[in-house]
Design a protein around this ligand. Structure first.
Ligand code: GAR
Length: 193
């Protein structure tokens, strides 16, 4: 299963996927490239380090969504690369049409909370400030409704005595780095419905 990774940030989850692949933990999944909407994103540095193509593609003039014509160009680029599964790993832009229909039930997202709790931006901060006894992370199918598609996996992260926002966030990220490769490997095991 040919996997495209889309991200806007430092790329620690993309790196977890690349490491899992190198260690034989990604099953039949093969990472074919990384695409970022931000030219300076750290995730793009992973390409040369791990021997996969890493490409900045213009998303258009908006901050949190694509322009319609640029979203079509992204869909074409991912199709041309032969992507079969699109993984949003810290991709901070809403995915809509035409990308959704170019990859129907083929786009997954990682979110740093126990959805449906705390969708949207700064999920870890939202969880921490709420005082909830636990947080975690979720991998789910991407649909037109933000952070609301069916869940593919979740990992729980308890808030520990003495935790700080930083220590709690670090454990959420560790949980993400385990969960995302597990879900991708599982999806690659059998043909997607
Ligand atoms: C991750 O914590 C991911 O869950 C979050 O961005 C971070 C990316 O980190 N995504 C969202 O908040 C999406 N709404 P990374 O660039 O180090 O993988």
């Amino acid at each position: 299963m040919r996997v495209a990774i889309l991200g806007s940030g430092r790329g620690s989850n993309a790196e977890a996927l690349l490491r899992a692949q190198a260690e034989g933990r990604l099953g039949k999944a093969r990472i074919i490239g990384i695409w970022s909407d931000l030219p300076g994103a750290g995730i793009l540095d992973l390409g040369p380090r791990h021997g996969v193509p890493a490409t900045h593609l213009d998303p258009g003039p908006f901050r949190t969504k694509f322009s319609p014509e640029r979203e079509a160009a992204w869909a074409e680029a991912l199709k041309a690369a032969g992507a079969e599964l699109v993984v949003l790993a810290g991709f901070m832009r809403v995915v809509k049409e035409p990308l959704l229909s170019a990859f129907p039930r083929r786009i997954i997202n990682l979110h740093p909370t126990l959805l449906p709790a705390f969708p949207g931006l700064d999920g870890i901060g939202q969880t921490w400030r709420s005082g909830a006894p636990e947080g975690g992370c979720t991998v789910h199918w991407v649909t037109a409704a933000i952070d609301a598609g069916a869940h593919l996996g979740q990992a729980r992260v308890p808030r520990l005595p003495g935790d700080t926002p930083e220590s709690f966030a670090a454990r959420v990220h560790e949980a993400e780095h385990r969960l995302l490769p597990e879900v991708v490997a599982r999806l690659a095991e059998s043909p997607l419905p």
